[in-house]
Design a protein around this ligand. Structure first.
Ligand code: BGC
Length: 910
């Protein structure tokens, strides 16, 4: 395709190309237009078996982004063909034809029954956060006595004709791997992923046409504890949703003669047995004995002699929902480097912190038991260092050799966050190879970024690695210690995440879990899926500012990045319920600090408008908050900070709800919430902003949030900005911001005349700063600004937490210079930073309308900027004191030191 060609590309249904698992009976279609043109209309036709199901006829408005199907509801498990053509200001495109299939759209489509193999229930281990703090959590029992083995379940299926189409739908309580006639179905891992299991359980759809044949067939499933029954969260508590494993599948087969049959997992007797695994836990690891297990157990004709009978049950099918989006897969393989070998030990370095596992190729005598321990960091002597806090710390995989000439082992139902692996064994063995298998949700990268500064490039790489390591079925905080869906972590990272990768379906699926977890009173938990035995008393950390607000901020960001209105429609009710909850809570009580005090009626009324009560994480992990101790009265600061931060988020969430209502055309609600937001803002200004523009809690983070959320009265803004600048400067030009304010720090400075200070903070290399970890050899983003001390001493912080990586988005917008100004990059501002430390940058962002690219260089002689805007966009180029309008197509700007300035943009289309 040449840039000028009038063709459509990236044709999608529900954001996927030719999907076979469309989960909606009213899907959305998408396409992008090549050529510097504007769409003026489209026609879309959907057909089934050659018959039209819906014809939009010529629609005279631009399409391409989430065009909704408008025909009668689509049927379950059906193949469709769709075609579209587009009218543009440069003519009409040809018809473009693609396909899609629906999956099971209704839970009533399930005829299969659950298969429940004979098993010992999972051992229940429940620990509290307090036990973690006191270091008393954890079991003394050996892993083999605490953990349960994965189970193999098999079933014969007889087919009575030549198969022309076959789909398999499958899910499990526990994680599963599917095998049909001896072949693994697919490269998906940890199926069906992590959901709010009490309310939603995903099932996956597979095309198994080529795996089945007339006559005898065998379907097998290996079930393991996974999130369902295994240890989860910081407390490492087990059996959080169930203590028994079960699997369910349903085959839909079409024969050449036109007959169509459905076979369910309950239709035939099934049998089960333990394979080679002694146990497998998602966090703790697994032990596999290669001498055990049976080959060929899932081939037709295998006689399951001595296998156990499998029970069936039919409850709980109503919560089965189609999985949407990208599955978890192996996404890369990294060679390891041998750091040290000696005394029966190999220490290996992947030279990259990852989420995944180690695949080893070994030569060893039968019965040799090889243990693989994992860590993200070594100590100052280069020794293995356990940096995981709590009972999940011993993450070890064990392989017992069969004695073959060469054996290859990769664990199956576990993963770890690590960079280094230590291999030890009870007998000598030879290690031929050891590779790091990188695992995560297989998201499509959507951006590229390269600058003249190698440290900035490495930082950007680190952010990508942390996104890869933590976008693992759900968005997690870290892939080693907790692996939990902390809502605040995604809230602060979402803009960066959505720039770097196409996270739409991944995040929308998680948002469905957020809605499912919303409490009856409208509160949103701080971890989703919520872990029942987190043992955080409900009245202590039920909800928290900046965490629970994810229900508002995250869909709003998705809208900004992808212009996906359905995400706003789907989440609007939950957003409203959340801000209404805040509003009601505010009315109900006063902050602890003010209880029993003699407040004036207006003070009382103000505080009853702002949600500023309850337990808060405040600006979590800001450097100065870490130095606070209860004894030194330091706990007061976080508490007051919690008040201000909570009120600020309450105001901003309410304002965003008003904006969402506006976008959705709900004008009454828009004005209701914007009035309410204005009242909350006024209360904040009266109670927390002093007449000199200072904030009652005089911390960098509070100024940043108040300025970013527009909470400071206009006439006091200059004074507040000046105070923020002063705080940064008196702190030695060092930031003092935590999770919640860091995403806004540099923008607040940038937008308020303090560009150089923003650059000074960003380019700092001593802690706390973004580039300090880079200078310390970090390969991912750390949880804490100083997770490794300057002398190399590691702390117990995670080395793979993406939250502080949120500044990556600022690099795209303010350094490379691509910033969206309209939803889905319908309008764009190109404004590279030509006065900072960078001398060149190039990058691309793949938007829903096509790629936007920018390359710029500057030296003493010349400044040169060039790039490209996709069809259906408009932009401005802000350089050298000029603002020029941009049209779709190429643009460039050249300024010579002698003073000539030349801007050129694609000519307006005829
Ligand atoms: C997690 C965070 C999370 C936080 C709540 C931590 O233990 O790792 O990333 O957001 O708790 O403050």
């Amino acid at each position: 395709m040449t840039p000028d060609e009038l063709v459509l590309f990236d044709l999608t249904v529900e954001h996927a190309c030719d999907p076979i698992d469309v989960a909606s009976d009213q899907p959305r279609f998408g396409w992008k237009l090549g050529g510097a043109a504007h769409q003026t209309g489209y026609q879309l036709v959907v057909e089934c078996n050659g018959q039209p199901v819906w014809d939009s006829e010529q629609v005279r408005v631009p399409g391409g982004v989430d065009v909704e199907y408008g025909g009668p509801p689509l049927a379950s498990d059906t193949d469709y063909v769709w075609r579209t053509r587009v009218w543009t200001d440069r003519g009409v495109t040809s018809w473009h034809v693609r396909t899609f299939s629906t999956t099971l759209l209704h839970s009533s489509d399930w005829q299969a029954a659950w298969l429940v193999p004979a098993q010992l229930p999972t051992l229940k281990e429940h620990y509290s956060i307090q036990q973690i703090i006191d270091h008393t959590a954890g079991s003394d029992l050996p892993a083999a006595d605490r953990l349960r083995p994965p189970l193999q379940v098999r079933q014969d299926v007889t087919l009575t004709g030549e198969v022309t189409r076959a789909r398999l739908f499958a899910s499990s309580q526990g994680i599963n791997r599917l095998i049909v006639n001896g072949e693994e179905l697919d490269d998906r891992l940890f199926e069906p992923g992590f959901d709010t299991y009490a309310k939603r359980l995903s099932f996956s759809t597979f095309d198994v046409t080529s795996l089945l044949s007339e006559g005898d067939n065998a379907v097998g499933m290996i079930l393991a504890d996974g999130w369902w029954a295994g240890r989860v969260g910081i407390t490492g508590s087990s059996a959080q949703w169930g203590d028994h494993l079960a699997g369910i599948w349903q085959l839909s087969v079409t024969y050449r003669d036109g007959r169509r049959i459905v076979v369910g997992s309950g239709d035939r007797p099934a049998s089960s047995a333990r394979g080679g695994w002694d146990y497998s836990d998602l966090y703790i690891g697994e032990r596999y004995d290669a001498r055990a297990g049976t080959d060929g157990w899932c081939l037709p004709g295998f006689a399951p002699v001595g296998w156990d009978r499998v029970d069936t049950r039919t409850d709980g099918r109503e919560i089965l929902i189609p999985f949407t989006g990208e599955p978890v897969r192996r996404t890369a393989t990294l060679r390891s480097r041998l750091v040290r070998q000696g005394a029966g030990e190999y220490l290996l370095d992947l030279e990259q912190v990852i989420a995944g596992r180690l695949r080893i190729t070994v030569r060893a005598a039968e019965g040799t038991c090889i243990s693989i321990a994992h860590t993200e960091v070594l100590d100052t002597d280069g020794k293995f260092f356990e940096n995981i806090l709590g009972p999940n710390k011993d993450q070890v995989d064990i392989y017992i050799c069969r004695g073959d000439e060469v054996e290859v082992y990769e664990p199956s139902f576990t993963f770890h966050g690590f960079r280094y692996a230590r291999l030890t064994a009870n007998h000598p063995f030879e290690l031929d190879a050891a590779d790091g298998i990188v695992i995560g949700t297989d998201l499509r990268p959507t951006a590229e970024l390269r600058t003249s500064d190698g440290r900035v490039n490495r930082f950007h790489e680190n952010v990508l690695w942390s996104q890869r390591g933590n976008f693992f079925s759900i968005p997690t905080d870290c892939p080693q210690r907790e692996r939990a869906g902390w809502t605040g972590d995604l809230q602060v990272f979402i803009d960066t995440a959505a720039t770097n990768m196409d996270v739409r379906q991944f995040v929308e699926r998680w948002m469905a879990n957020v809605r499912a977890e919303q409490f009856d009173d409208g509160g949103i938990p701080v971890v989703v899926p919520a872990i029942p035995a987190m043992d955080v008393p409900k009245n202590v950390i039920q909800t928290a500012a900046g965490w629970s607000d994810a229900v508002v901020f995250v869909p709003w960001s998705l809208w900004q990045h992808y212009a996906d209105i359905r995400v706003l429609e789907q989440n609007f009710a939950a957003m409203r319920r959340w801000v209404d909850f805040q509003f009601e809570e505010a009315e109900r009580q006063l902050p602890e600090r003010l209880q029993g005090r003699n407040l004036s009626p207006s003070q009382d009324a103000n505080h009853r408008l702002m949600w500023n009560t309850g337990w808060q994480f405040a600006d979590w992990l800001s450097p100065s908050s870490l130095n606070q101790t209860e004894d030194a009265g330091g706990a007061v600061k976080p508490r007051l900070e919690g008040e201000v931060v909570a009120a600020a988020f309450h105001a901003h969430s309410t304002a965003l709800v008003a904006e969402v209502a506006e976008v959705l055309g709900r004008t009454e609600e828009a004005s209701q919430y914007s009035c309410r937001a204005a009242r909350i803002r006024r209360a904040i200004a009266e109670e927390y902003v002093l007449p000199n523009g200072q904030i009652l809690l005089d911390s960098q983070g509070c100024y940043v949030l108040a300025l970013a959320f527009d909470l400071i009265p206009e006439h006091l803004r200059p004074a507040s900005i000046a105070r923020l600048v002063e705080l940064i400067q008196t702190n030695g030009v060092r930031l003092d911001t935590g999770f919640l304010s860091t995403p806004y720090l540099l923008d607040v400075l940038w937008n308020n005349g303090e560009k150089q200070l923003a650059r000074d903070l960003f380019w700092r290399t001593s802690p706390p700063s973004w580039l300090y970890p880079v200078t310390m050899g970090a390969t991912t983003v750390w949880e804490n600004w100083e997770a490794v001390r300057a002398d190399g001493t590691p702390t117990l912080s995670s080395m793979n937490h993406y939250a502080f990586g949120c500044v990556d988005d600022w690099i795209y917008r303010r350094q490379l210079g691509i910033a969206p100004t309209g939803p889905g990059y319908s309008t764009i501002r190109i404004e590279p930073d030509l006065s900072g430390p960078l001398t060149s940058a190039r990058g691309t962002i793949e938007t829903v309308r096509g790629p936007i690219s920018v390359t710029w260089t500057r030296d003493e002689e010349e400044t040169f900027v060039e790039g490209h805007l996709p069809a259906d966009t408009a932009g401005v180029l802000v350089v050298g004191g000029h603002t020029s309008q941009l049209l779709p197509g190429p643009f460039s700007y050249r300024e010579r030191s002698r003073g000539t300035k030349v801007v050129s943009s694609a000519p307006a289309s005829p």
